[in-house]
Design a protein around this ligand. Structure first.
Ligand SMILES: *Cc1c(COP(=O)(O)O)cnc(C)c1O
Length: 491
């Protein structure tokens, strides 16, 4: 199967690209993103059998249905990366925490956030595809906190890939910042941006679009790619765990043939939610996909009114920083799937020129067949964290936003996107509001260890040791200085 651009002007026949090409060179025609035109359809029996399989085996079976140009052997090698997760046999535990309520724990990888689910195999794929072509790459990524560490981790010491990672200065948690700032492999570069995540993402998009930057890279023998979820190679791996959750629910007897379940997703760039939508279209019996935001609730407005409106909005810093986003890139793939490439180009052009677009009533109704949306304030989120901690369940501030949208009558799977250890100060302030603030790194570490001991929740070594590691990247730059800094580093 080949992929096409989400945008077209309707004049020329759209160009189709193979997956390998879309991974290495993720910008599609007319400034669009690569997307599948049609998804493979899976029967109930596929999931029924899948429930007996290991995650990796299920993943291979599902990927095979796409008939991509990448070999099964290479996918198998890439999926081996899951063997470094907490439990090699069960990288994604689906844990029941109440009647009708499961948590899909996607954070058991090396950087303790769900970004590892896609970036671990993606990194192996990209490096190998580049090697097959005899090419070297600079992989750029913009991060609101979790994509950065996961991208650095997946490519650390890759012989044919360099990474540059941009994050908003002050916009991440201390652990997330340390994960990036202590990255020691020589092929990795980390830059803090004076600005917020949208600024960092804009710099990334400008670099990807800049012929001048790309020809400078060529002179250094490098091509440019991106590790953000604009890259379809990441989305592919984000379909699988939603589909596997369905298979496991059938297996455990929670769901019979005709029954469906809801998925609740804490959303930012909409990659995770898009994965759930694709899984649903492929045959996983998902009823509603519930999109949760924090106070940066542009997606709530979009899914309830049909207006995507950036006007007069600016980013609010919250305790769930990975969701502090206004420009949610993967919504474009949903528009394409529902309304086609001509309409998508029209809407995205309008967003660029007027900072807003509005769907018709019929279009909004089409989205609401699959999606509902709401948002959770920081104080509501802290109440949820405290409430579930009392029951012995520690949920990080992103995952905790999901509880607000739970319908007790419906079987629901909450998508848990991060390990709480990445956000200790917020956890403490939610669970122990009278405890002193842990502002200093050593205070954060000791609060983390004592919270872990109290709740019998293991603090992973790779997190606790960060506090003793040397900071190697401390550069803070204005957005317009990034290109020259990167080129300077490569020389
Ligand atoms: C990236 C991230 C999100 C948002 O995921 P999207 O796919 O961008 O919507 C939510 N929670 C955490 C912890 C994340 O790292």
């Amino acid at each position: 199967m080949r992929l096409i651009s989400t945008r077209t002007d309707g004049k020329l026949k759209p160009k189709k690209s193979e997956l390998s090409e879309a991974i290495l060179n993720p910008s599609a025609e007319f400034g669009g993103l690569y997307a599948p035109k049609k998804l493979p359809k899976l029967e109930y029996e596929f999931f029924q059998k899948g429930g007996y399989m290991s995650y990796a085996k299920f993943a291979i079976k599902l990927i095979k249905e796409f008939k991509f140009d990448v070999s099964k052997e290479l996918f198998k090698t890439a999926l081996k990366r899951y063997e470094s997760f907490d439990d090699a046999n069960e990288p994604v535990p689906l844990v029941k925490i109440a009647k009708n309520l499961y948590v899909n724990e996607l954070y058991h990888g090396p950087t303790r956030a769900f970004k590892d689910m896609a970036l671990q195999p993606f990194g192996a794929l990209l490096a190998e595809l580049a090697k097959e072509r005899g090419e070297r790459y600079l992989v750029a990524c913009a991060t609101s906190g979790d994509t950065g560490p996961a991208t650095l981790e997946t490519f650390a010491n890759a012989s044919n890939v360099n990474v540059v990672c941009l994050y908003p200065d002050g916009g991440t948690s201390a652990v997330q910042r340390l994960q990036m700032a202590t990255a020691s492999a020589l092929n990795l570069k980390v830059i803090a941006i004076n600005g917020n995540f949208d600024d960092a993402q804009r710099v990334l998009k400008e670099l990807l679009a800049s012929d001048e930057f790309k020809s400078e890279l060529e002179r250094n023998g490098l091509k440019l790619s991106a590790a953000n979820s604009v890259n379809f190679g990441r989305i592919l791996f984000q379909i699988i765990y939603h589909a596997y959750a369905y298979a496991r629910l059938i297996h455990s007897g929670e769901l019979s043939r005709d029954e469906s379940f809801d998925v609740i997703v804490p959303s930012g760039n909409f990659g995770n939610a898009l994965g759930a939508y694709y899984a649903k279209k492929m045959g996983a019996k998902i009823g509603v996909i519930k999109i949760v935001s924090n106070e940066n609730n542009i997606l709530t407005e979009f899914f309830t009114t049909g207006r995507y409106d950036l006007r007069g909005k600016s980013l609010i810093k919250t305790i769930s920083p990975a969701m502090d986003i206004l420009i949610s890139s993967n919504v474009e793939r949903l528009l394409f799937d529902k309304f086609g490439a001509i309409r998508t180009k029209e809407l995205m052009d309008k967003l660029k020129s007027d900072k807003f677009y509005e769907l018709t009533k019929a279009e909004l109704a089409a989205l609401n067949e699959d999606f509902e949306a709401d948002f959770c304030t920081d104080s509501e989120c802290k109440k949820q964290i405290a409430k579930w901690a009392k029951k012995g369940v520690l949920l990080d501030p992103h995952t905790a936003t999901c509880l607000k949208m739970r319908d007790k009558e419906r079987l629901s799977v909450i998508t848990s996107t991060a390990d709480w250890v990445k956000f200790t100060p917020s956890m403490v302030s939610a669970i122990k509001p009278d405890a002193p603030e842990c502002a200093k790194p050593e205070e954060e570490l000791s609060a983390m260890l004592s919270l872990g001991a109290e709740y019998k929740a293991k603090v992973p070594v790779q997190i606790s040791k960060l506090f003793k590691q040397e900071v190697l990247h401390s550069e803070i730059l204005d957005p317009d200085k990034v290109a020259s800094a990167v080129l300077g580093w490569l020389k």
